[in-house]
Design a protein around this ligand. Structure first.
Ligand code: SME
Length: 154
């Protein structure tokens, strides 16, 4: 099982106060990709100009732009809700960046109540992600929001 409290501590230790959230997202991608078992992609899509644009990530190359409401990421943004997908083939409109992916979890990241990005993690195993992952990643996203907020105030 993934030790999310440890990853959150590592993220906080690595973060420097900066107005740009890119370094935080880049290190979170790496921390998750290397700490989680059976994961083939971990990273961010950023809300930009009315769509999701590929942000910092670890894993194989991925699609660059996702429209609002499209795929798992676009749905998480549109509905502002965590998406826990046990079988990506059963998700209507799933966008297959890596054909090896079988399950996926997507968590919205906020600033002042608005979704500014989504954290997306893929696995080659069906039903890889559980409610424990959902809770752990929600806590991680909230801790990251606080770091981003602190950076903006600086
Ligand atoms: N599967 C995602 C697209 C992003 S890749 O998995 C990295 C989706 O359906 O939104």
């Amino acid at each position: 099982m993934t030790d999310y409290p440890l990853i959150i501590k590592q993220m906080q230790a690595l973060s420097e106060v900066s107005a740009d959230p890119t370094p935080v997202m880049a290190n979170v991608s790496s921390l998750l990709y290397h700490a989680m078992e059976d994961v083939n992609w971990a990273g961010f899509y950023l809300v930009k100009d009315g769509a999701l644009l590929l942000g910092p990530f670890q894993g194989k190359v991925a699609c660059v732009r996702i429209e609002k409401g499209k795929g798992v990421c676009g749905t998480a943004w549109d509905e502002d809700s965590l998406q826990l997908v046990c079988d990506v083939h059963a998700f209507p409109g799933h966008i297959a960046c890596d054909s090896a992916s079988r399950s996926e979890i997507v968590v919205p990241v906020h600033r002042d109540g608005d979704v500014i990005a989504v954290l997306d993690i893929d696995s080659p195993l069906p039903a890889r992600f559980t409610e424990d992952d959902a809770a752990g990643l929600t806590a991680l996203a909230e801790a990251m929001e606080a770091i981003i907020k602190q950076g903006e105030a600086s």
